[in-house]
Design a protein around this ligand. Structure first.
Ligand code: 5GP
Length: 165
């Protein structure tokens, strides 16, 4: 890590970045897009919700049926989340992954999760990507190309039906 000063720290091999919300650079910002979805300020194609999480379609899906599972407790990513949040989150990821695999007759399910911009994170509220995958079909690129909202609504309905079935 290059030398820089963050909250008074100027170490050349700084590990402060891993210490979470005390750091200005890694603080949770409630104005992120998923925070707005959780507060109902912007819409989403919801597929699942319980007391701890909400799951909805990714607007730039890397595969048909690409859903995001988002904890209601605010944390920026895996690095500042508390273990209880992670437990609830990954239990829901399993639920949504099973439903998405069935809904899209997939051969498998990819589960992705990025932490900080350097690792590919673009929305800074913890979330997990759930992608139905088919043999020989490569996923589309990350954050590239908005999907047709009508198609997203249809895909959300397929996952909801699988969850209900
Ligand atoms: P990240 O890059 O943080 O791992 O993933 C963020 C994801 O959120 C991306 O896959 C992106 O397509 C998706 N996304 C960005 N803005 C919105 C939005 O307004 N609504 C929904 N449903 N997904 C979004």
């Amino acid at each position: 890590m290059t030398q820089r000063r963050v909250n008074g720290c100027a170490l050349s091999s700084c590990s402060c970045i891993r210490m979470g919300t005390a750091m200005t650079e890694t603080a949770y910002d409630p104005q992120n897009i998923f925070g707005k979805i959780l507060r109902g300020e912007i819409p989403c194609h919801k597929v699942y919700e319980n007391d701890h999480v909400i799951a909805f379609m990714d607007v730039m899906p890397q595969a048909d049926g690409h859903a995001l599972v988002v904890p209601k407790t605010p944390s920026r990513n895996l690095l500042d989340a508390d273990p209880a949040t992670l437990g609830h989150l990954y239990a829901a990821v399993q639920t949504v992954a099973r439903a998405a695999k069935a809904a899209f007759a997939a051969d498998g399910v990819a589960v992705y999760q990025y932490n900080e911009a350097a690792a590919g994170q673009t929305v800074f509220h913890l979330h997990v990507h759930v992608l139905p995958r088919h043999e020989g079909v490569a996923p589309r690129r990350h954050v590239e190309g908005m999907a047709d909202p009508v198609l997203l609504a249809q895909h959300a309905e397929r996952i909801r039906a699988a969850l209900a079935g």
